[in-house]
Design a protein. Structure first.
Length: 285
């Protein structure tokens, strides 16, 4: 089977699951992963034959994709902030919206609206937030916590592979009795679980079936639980003039503002690239 024949086989198999553009993008990613050829080079080498191992890889990718498994989990890689991260089903796939959160924090630092020497990331996941933040701001000492041992294995691997020093450790943030173990921080940043269980019915199968629910969902009865804890934690663990930055549910902006305002914070929301309320900045008055 030639490179070109393999690409056509991929497209045909994916055509029933994705529109033409998305199918082509996924096929390009798979072929680059298997052959090492980017799209332009693949055309030049279209008649090169795949070896037995490459053909087996191709078949495995097709089978997993047909089960609606996200391409990032199939290839075990995702790009974030110009860096390639290892990902598996223990961690969320990094999203472009989260890059905007890093941009906002970095802009605040560059404009000297916040002076950051120490930072805490709550909910390590793949490690994309603390690693990207450290890459953009090497002077910051960053700690990152997660309740999931499996996620921390992934985060530590990514930090090691990318040569970024982060202090990762296992920690249940919702357990207030452990907060005393943590220091004070100039910056607290988080992309916590914020999707209501009832909203799962509107989500795509590839998210519901493969991404870790512990990192996605909160109960409808207490959907702002992580923001309540963030507000309370910040009162005890924000250094003077420190700030909280967090991602939020696009449908919860007003409720989150009210929550933090009632806890004596001044609050600013920021829209993402799609014009949705997606990010929060909170500062104690």
């Amino acid at each position: 089977m030639s490179v070109q024949e393999a690409y056509k086989k991929l497209l045909f198999q994916l055509s029933g699951l994705y529109d033409n553009r998305e199918a082509a993008n996924i096929a390009d990613m798979v072929m680059e992963h298997i052959t090492g050829y980017q799209k332009t080079n693949r055309i030049i080498h279209k008649n090169i034959l795949l070896d037995i191992q490459q053909q087996a890889q191709l078949q495995k990718c097709i089978e997993e994709l047909l089960q609606h498994k996200p391409i990032q989990y199939v290839l075990q890689e995702a790009w974030f902030y110009g860096m390639k991260f290892f990902v598996n089903e223990s961690v969320l796939i990094p999203r472009p919206e989260t890059e905007e959160l890093i941009d906002w924090v970095t802009q605040e630092i560059n404009n000297k609206n916040i002076f950051v020497h120490t930072a805490l990331d709550i909910g390590s996941g793949s490690g994309c937030i603390p690693i990207a933040l450290k890459k953009k701001n090497p002077h910051i000492s960053i700690s990152s916590i997660d309740i999931s041992k499996e996620a921390l294995v992934v985060a530590k691997k990514n930090a090691g592979d990318l040569g970024i020093e982060i202090n990762f450790f296992e920690f249940d943030f919702l357990n207030e009795s452990r907060w005393a173990e943590l220091s004070t921080f100039d910056l607290i940043i988080s992309n916590p679980p914020y999707i209501k269980q009832s909203e799962s019915k509107d989500m795509r199968k590839n998210v519901l079936d493969f991404e870790p629910h512990i990192a996605l969902f909160v109960p409808d009865s207490d959907s702002l639980i992580f923001y309540k804890k963030l507000a309370a934690f910040g009162k005890e663990h924000l250094a003077e003039d420190g700030k909280i930055f967090a991602e939020i549910n696009e449908n919860s902006g007003e409720d989150v503002i009210k929550l933090f305002t009632n806890e004596n914070y001044s609050v600013e929301l920021k829209k993402d690239m799609r014009g949705k309320d997606r990010m929060l900045k909170a500062v104690l008055k």
